[in-house]
Write a protein that binds this ligand. Structure first.
Ligand SMILES: Nc1ncnc2c1ncn2[C@@H]1O[C@H](COP(=O)(O)OP(=O)(O)OP(=O)(O)O)[C@@H](O)[C@H]1O
Length: 243
């Protein structure tokens, strides 16, 4: 089976400084992968490299089908405009429709299907500015799903959301990952350990990659997060401390 996303030997610099170093990552359809690492580890840069938004210094990125869907961090999106939920989702199709062309019935059908997948059909006529944080996150997911991408990239989707909203989203991502590849960058280590099929620990390069149950060695977490054996992080993950 060919991979939904394959990165091989990827090196990337930003502002003349190396950020990604020899990154290898393969994600198949049906996999929900958590991308974990400290601030500045290169998680967003890895996603931007996968999207073809930054030049690679070396290596290759291969994506199946029409390319990835991307859910940026919520604060990167403008929410104070009067657009409705359905027109915000339609904006995910702009490059396909053309900026000044009228959307066709098929485009609206794709929008409604995406809204149905994220359970926002009832709110489709509401202005996005009136939504809660969790509902806004689902609008962004629908906007990324509207092109039916084989790969969905999620950049810190849980930030600022309460537990019930996080759990609703985590369930949604698990459902989406049943037939697509989903890669989620997150600082929520426990949520990732519970919900993802596989964790990729990143600090400029891939330090470890596997199901949470196989990543029990505290050394790989200490290396990834630059912390010592007394760190709360190890206790929170219930890893053997002080070893
Ligand atoms: N446009 C840029 N020019 C120069 N350096 C940049 C640029 N964008 C990011 N960087 C640097 O690249 C490194 C990786 O950043 P990136 O945003 O990918 O990390 P991250 O793992 O997503 O971090 P966070 O968890 O804080 O979101 C950081 O050291 C950052 O300062």
């Amino acid at each position: 089976m060919s991979a939904a996303l394959q990165m091989t030997g990827v090196h990337a610099d930003l502002g003349g400084r190396p950020v990604l170093h020899d990154v290898d990552l393969r994600v198949d359809a049906g996999e929900f992968v958590g991308l974990l690492g400290p601030n500045g580890a290169g998680k967003t840069t890895l996603m931007r490299a996968a999207l073809g938004l930054i030049p690679l210094k070396a290596g290759t990125v291969t994506i199946a089908g029409a390319g990835p869907g991307y859910v940026p961090q919520r604060h990167e999106f403008t929410w104070d405009f009067p657009a409705t939920v359905e027109s915000a989702v339609l904006s995910g199709l702009v490059w396909r429709i053309g900026l000044f062309r009228r959307p066709k019935v098929a485009h609206w059908q794709a929008v409604w299907h995406a809204l149905d997948q994220v359970n926002l059909t009832d709110l489709r006529k509401r202005p996005v500015g009136e939504l809660s944080g969790g509902q806004r996150q689902r609008v962004l997911v629908a906007r990324a799903l509207v092109l039916s991408p084989p790969v969905l990239l999620l950049d810190e989707p849980f930030t600022g959301l309460d537990m019930p909203a996080q759990e609703t989203l985590a369930e949604l991502f698990t459902t989406i990952a049943a037939e697509r590849a989903v890669v989620m960058a997150t600082h929520d280590l426990t949520a990732a350990a519970y919900t993802c099929d596989r964790l990729v620990l990143l600090n400029r390069t891939v330090v470890a990659d596997g199901p949470a149950a196989d990543l029990r060695d505290p050394a790989i977490w200490m290396r990834t997060f630059d912390v010592g054996p007394g760190s709360h992080l190890l206790k929170a993950l219930a890893l053997p401390v002080g070893g």
